[in-house]
Every structure is written in structure tokens, then in C-alpha cells.
Design a protein around this ligand. Structure first.
Ligand code: GLP
Length: 241
């Protein structure tokens, strides 16, 4: 596990964006695993800037997002589909049909999960971008006695709904369920970039990276992966030193 600490958020964003765009330059048909939340927004802005300044094309790139809320239409501005379109997809030359998110509106969500895993098996992720929840969740894999390997429906923990309520008009609007790639699917990526910022994540960063490997801290399973690059700002990394 390579851990890199940055003095500023901008440096962290630039590093991650440069890593991803360099991959796309070297491998135009790259498969990217993408994340949502507030942390990747600056990374996506920087990717758009590099796309514009250096004409890095995403026409042949395929993307798979980690997760989506159940019950939100893609047009809902709180859906992760909407987030991805506004922060990245509509700002680069990616082909819409090559961008994938779990479908939280499917009539048969279970079948949708199986289909998502099938597509992931056919197009393995080259680099997976990840954020970190305050309780150690990755994607929406919440702490539990058991974790699911593949894509599945999860009931969100109260603390996760509260953490994400800031994006919604009220707590009641925060969905109770989500569809997420499983930890098993996430760990199949060739390379994983975990980006974390902020003092409020310092303890969970320490637990995830240096504590025991346990399903009660889903991110701790990243310790079992051979190629994880952890990008931290000063505050998120302050308990590691
Ligand atoms: C959500 C997402 C996660 C994300 C986490 C942290 O729960 N499902 O993928 O990593 O939030 O988000 P933030 O970066 O806003 O702290």
C-alpha cells in the first residue's frame, strides 16, 4: 500500500487526475471505476481541465460507478447518475453508452446486480477511484458481520444517511436503500486509488490502513489488495504519523 500525503487539496486532486489521464493516454480503452461524494469533485474538475488542455480523449473509455441510490430517477439532482453527468460525463467526450451505474430504479434490482457483475467480469476495472465513509464504508458497503462480494442492495446505516443528508432538502428525502458494488468486485480492480480528506476522517483512515482487517471497517479489506494508492490531505493523514 502506497500512502501519499499532500499539503493541499489541489495537489491531491491533481495527482489523482494525472494518474487517471495518464492511464487513458497509455490505454485509450481503459476501464475506470468511479466514485461519488464530495471528495472526487475536485479530481473530476482537474480531469476535465487536462482533457481540454491536453486533448486527452475519453471516447473509448468505459466507466463503472460504485453505487447508486434506490428509488431516485437519473434526472433527480441527488442521484449519482446526475452527479456523474454534471461533474464529469457531460464535460468530456465520453460516450454515454459506455458509462455505467447500478440501476436503482430497476423493477428487478437483483437481476440488475447480476447483470452489473457480469459486465464487470467482462471489462475488468483498470483503476478504481474510492472515497471513504466516516464509518469505513467503501461504495455503500456498510460495516457488518458479513460483507457481500458482488453487487447488491444495501440498507443504509443511519449515520450514512445523516452524513449524506447535507446534499438533500431534508433527512426524509435521503433514500434508505442503495445498490453498491461489493467489496469483492472492488478488490478485483487492477489498481485502487483511495482519496480521503479532512480531519473528521483521520481516525477512520488510521483504523482502515493500520488496524485489523475486519468487516466492521470495510475499507480495511483494502490492506489485502496488492496495488492500493492512498491519497490523503494533511488533516486526514494526521493520525498516521
Ligand atoms: C457516500 C458514497 C461513498 C463516498 C462517501 C464519502 O456514502 N457512497 O462512495 O466515498 O459518501 O463521501 P465524501 O467524500 O462526501 O465524504
Amino acid at each position: 500500500m502506497e500512502i501519499i500525503q499532500f499539503d493541499t487539496q489541489q495537489e491531491l486532486d491533481s495527482y489523482a487526475a494525472r494518474y487517471i489521464t495518464n492511464l487513458v493516454k497509455e490505454k485509450p480503452q481503459a476501464v475506470l471505476g468511479l466514485a461519488t461524494g464530495s471528495t472526487p469533485i475536485g479530481i473530476y474538475d482537474k480531469i476535465v481541465q487536462i482533457h481540454n488542455d491536453e486533448r486527452v480523449s475519453f471516447k473509448q473509455v468505459t466507466t463503472y460507478n460504485l453505487d447508486e441510490y434506490v428509488g431516485l430517477q437519473p434526472q433527480n439532482d441527488q442521484s449519482y447518475a446526475y452527479y456523474m453527468n454534471s461533474h464529469l460525463f457531460s464535460r468530456i467526450d465520453i460516450v454515454a453508452e459506455q458509462t455505467h451505474l447500478p440501476n436503482g430504479m430497476a423493477d428487478d434490482v437483483e437481476a440488475e446486480c447480476i447483470q452489473y457483475d457480469k459486465m464487470l467480469a467482462e471489462q475488468p476495472v483498470d483503476v478504481q477511484l474510492l472515497g471513504l465513509g466516516h464509518n469505513g464504508h467503501i461504495g455503500f458497503n456498510e460495516p457488518d458481520q458479513n460483507l457481500s462480494g458482488g453487487t447488491h442492495v444495501v440498507k443504509l446505516k443511519q449515520e450514512t444517511r445523516e452524513a449524506n443528508a447535507r446534499f438533500f432538502d431534508s433527512m426524509n428525502d435521503v433514500p434508505e436503500y442503495a445498490v453498491t458494488m461489493g467489496v469483492g468486485s472492488i478488490l478485483k480492480a487492477n489498481t485502487i486509488i483511495l482519496a480521503v480528506r479532512g480531519a473528521d476522517k483521520a481516525q477512520i483512515v488510521k483504523d482502515a490502513l493500520t488496524g485489523p482487517i475486519t468487516t466492521s471497517v470495510p475499507a480495511s479489506l483494502l490492506q489485502t489488495h496488492p496495488r492500493v494508492i492512498v491519497l490523503l490531505d494533511r488533516e486526514a493523514g494526521r493520525m498516521l504519523n
